[in-house]
Design a binder for this molecule. Sequence first.
Ligand SMILES: Nc1nc2c(ncn2[C@@H]2O[C@H](COP(=O)(O)OP(=O)(O)OP(=O)(O)O)[C@@H](O)[C@H]2O)c(=O)[nH]1
Ligand SMILES: [Mg+2]
Length: 453
Amino acid sequence: MQHFDHHDTIAAISTATGLGGIAVLRISGTRARDIALKILDTEKLKARYAQFCRARDPQSGEVLDNVVAVYFQAPASYTGEDTVEISCHGGYAAAPSILSCCYDQGARAAQPGEFTRRAFINGKMDLLQAEAVADLIHAVSDSGRKLANRILAGKLSDKVRALHHELLDIASILELELDFSEQEIAAMDRKDLQNSIANAKTHIAELAATYDSGRILREGALVAIAGRPNTGKSSLLNALLQEERAIISPIPGTTRDTIEESFLHRGMLFRLVDTAGLRDTEDPLERIGNSRARRVISEADLILLLADLSRPDDLAFEIQFIEEHKKTPLILVFNKYDLNPRIPEMKDIRYLGISATRPQNLDILLDTMLEMLQKHFRLDGESVSISRDRQRRALLLSAEALKRAKEAVKKGYSNEFIALDIREAVDALESITGETRSEDVLNHIFNRFCIGK
Ligand SMILES: Nc1nc2c(ncn2[C@@H]2O[C@H](COP(=O)(O)OP(=O)(O)OP(=O)(O)O)[C@@H](O)[C@H]2O)c(=O)[nH]1
Ligand SMILES: [Mg+2]
């Protein structure tokens, strides 16, 4: 278990290690300005002004670099504390030499995420927003960036707060009834109470159900390319990636392993997985490949089921497959359109003809993929989804407690009893925004941050 002394002044290089034009070093805490003034050969560090000056080793007097320093006076800084940001030259030498002087002058090395942790502790942001900071840094797609920005702007916090209010209303009614005897106040109709609790539970469960969309926006959609051997799955992967990633051959059963590659289309990340062709086989390696394929297919957010237009007659396998995977969005992709442009008529299923090798209709395929994911997971540009398992678990815990509360009302239990469950539901919601917090949870969240953030 880590212990943080929040009174220490901390320092770290906030930019990534490596060659680059500039690096930014951050010092935060009550001594930040003092320490900076010892290193910088300037008398003045006026709040919010960019000060061009030299950084010097106070012990040897050696000039380390020419820098620009900005002083942010508490509480008007990222952390809410006095902070100095020093921009110096990038690369491996300049910033570390200045950082080392900060340590000499009494600053402590910042832990991963410690600046943001302080921002949270000082009320600059709640836990959801702190997590969104990490999400923004880790975002690899426009959709991930947009979601992180919506959460940073407080849109998810607003939703959780609204749910919190809903529960507090219920709790206050129960308490009011407890405080006054039945003569003084008319008790809320038990049916109404049950309905209020049921409604709150539905709203909480709805937010929990946005987890998949949040995950997709952040980490990308898992798209399984599946189908019988030789239908052109690996060819499609290569065509979309525009590189010879997977081995292609006319021999059925070429691909054994699953091959995953990421691909961006219109700001959305697809995690494309090429899989082994599905068929009954005695070949032990192919059997392993088949079971790996089945696993990816069962986890997929979207399945591209490839069928071969050069042997169009028998679609029994595909029809059976579609039947078995009704829960997952699926596109039936008739490949080798260049060999045979006659696409069979299908019912109740999205389908289209493409050629992986020619290539033809790949743009239409990509847009169809995007559209199906958007529809199924309700990924419109404005939606706010939860994005972490931690958040989902807390919501489910809250919904679970409400379910017990509703049962308790139904069974005619006393208000004290019902209030306990409601309290638990409230606590679970508060843990999401960090109103109630444990060091363990904070360590878990902030340890995943980069140093210097
Ligand atoms: N004419 C034509 N041939 C294609 C097309 N797509 C794939 N092929 C050919 O079909 C054969 C099989 O292609 P693969 O991409 O290896 O098929 P696969 O589905 O990955 O096969 P397995 O890995 O064995 O399951 C190769 O000879 C490809 O060149 C297409 O759109 N048009
Ligand atoms: Mg293959």
